[in-house]
Design a protein around this ligand. Structure first.
Ligand code: ACO
Length: 311
């Protein structure tokens, strides 16, 4: 049966078709997808924090309602992704436990502080921009539930990027102080946003296998390059600069060359010692503890409904 399963799996991958939850799949395929999809879900949930921090301080009612809707979208993304991850066999409470105990990663980017209102613009434009660039190809991931979740998420991320762009555009065309605030936010978020794509290809243990399985369609460096190429004209249109003195159009390659990234900083953040790691995890644990009554009530309600259905 295993043999037939493997043959079927290999054929589906070769045809660039989709694996569904009930299909046989190699244990390593299941494992790497559970890892990637759950890390992605955790990122969406932890990613609510830097922006939630600004909801009460948004400069107008309109800005406040937009930001609130955006943060709620991130919660929704986390939920679709936990659901997709669960179809691989690990229940959500266990995935969550891995996060709470520090056994699961979430994106490095969410360990940086959101200091000013302009950071809401930089997060939308750069962070959600990087997220879209990374996630559009994931809409074609070979695992059905993940690909389908990504389609919906990417649509919402596009709106998020537009709202970030619009915040920066307004600030950049406002007072000199506002423009400076926008530039400062871009200066702080640009490098970390480039690191969202993951380590350089030579240092990315999972890439090759994930590409062979049609989970990833492009390597980390390919997507990072695509992002840089996309952001240069957008920065010009915003009237802001990207903080990289080595950024230069390379006619021969048909791409922008860009300066080396600080991979030591990336490692530090991944090891838990970034600027906000401790705070982010503390807040997540606290929110989980404070939500215990909701989970208990949901379980009690489900039990009551099951009892009624049995009567
Ligand atoms: N932050 C934290 N960890 C990272 C990051 C990052 N930016 N980039 C890579 N890593 C981790 C990987 O998870 C992996 O760790 P593990 O082996 O302990 O699981 C390790 O570094 C090695 O990296 P790769 O071999 O390159 O791992 P992978 O093939 O999974 O590629 C990538 C990493 C590109 C992030 C991939 O997992 C992916 O595309 N994930 C889906 C997108 C995502 O999670 N986005 C979250 C942020 S976007 C948002 O939420 C708005």
């Amino acid at each position: 049966e295993e043999r037939a399963g493997q043959d079927h799996f290999d054929r589906i991958i070769a045809e660039d078709s989709r694996i569904e939850p009930r299909d046989w799949m190699p244990a390593a395929y299941r494992k790497t997808l559970t890892r990637q999809v759950s890390q992605h879900a955790h990122s969406e949930i932890i990613g609510m924090q830097p922006e939630a921090n600004w909801i009460t301080r948004a400069p107008s009612l309109k800005r406040k309602s937009i930001l609130m809707a955006k943060v709620q979208d991130e919660a929704g993304h986390g939920l679709y992704l936990y659901s997709a991850a669960e179809t691989l066999g690990t229940p959500r409470h266990e995935l969550n436990q891995q996060l709470l105990e520090g056994r699961a990663k979430y994106s490095s980017i969410f360990n940086y502080p959101a200091r000013t209102w302009a950071d809401m613009g930089a997060i939308g434009w750069l962070v959600d921009g990087a997220a879209i660039c990374n996630q559009v190809p994931l809409c074609r991931a070979s695992y059905g539930p993940y690909g389908r979740a990504m389609v919906r998420i990417c649509k919402e991320e596009s709106f998020h990027q537009r709202q970030g762009w619009e915040i920066l555009y307004e600030l950049s065309h406002g007072t000199p102080e506002q423009k400076q605030m926008a530039q400062d936010a871009v200066n702080r978020f640009y490098g970390p946003a480039l690191q969202m794509f993951g380590p350089p290809d030579g240092d990315s243990p999972h890439s090759q296998q994930s590409m062979a399985w049609n989970i990833k369609r492009f390597s980390n460096d390919e997507l990072r390059q695509r992002f840089v190429d996309m952001m240069v004209p957008q920065a010009e249109a915003l009237g802001l600069t990207l903080p990289d003195p080595d950024l230069k159009w390379n006619e021969e390659r048909g791409h922008y060359d860009y300066g080396a990234l600080d991979w030591n900083e990336f490692k530090t953040v991944l090891s838990g010692a970034g600027p906000c790691n401790v705070q982010r995890m503390q807040r997540r644990r606290q929110a989980h503890a404070e939500g215990a009554w909701v989970r208990e009530a949901a379980v009690a309600y489900a039990a009551k409904m099951a009892e009624r259905a049995a009567e």
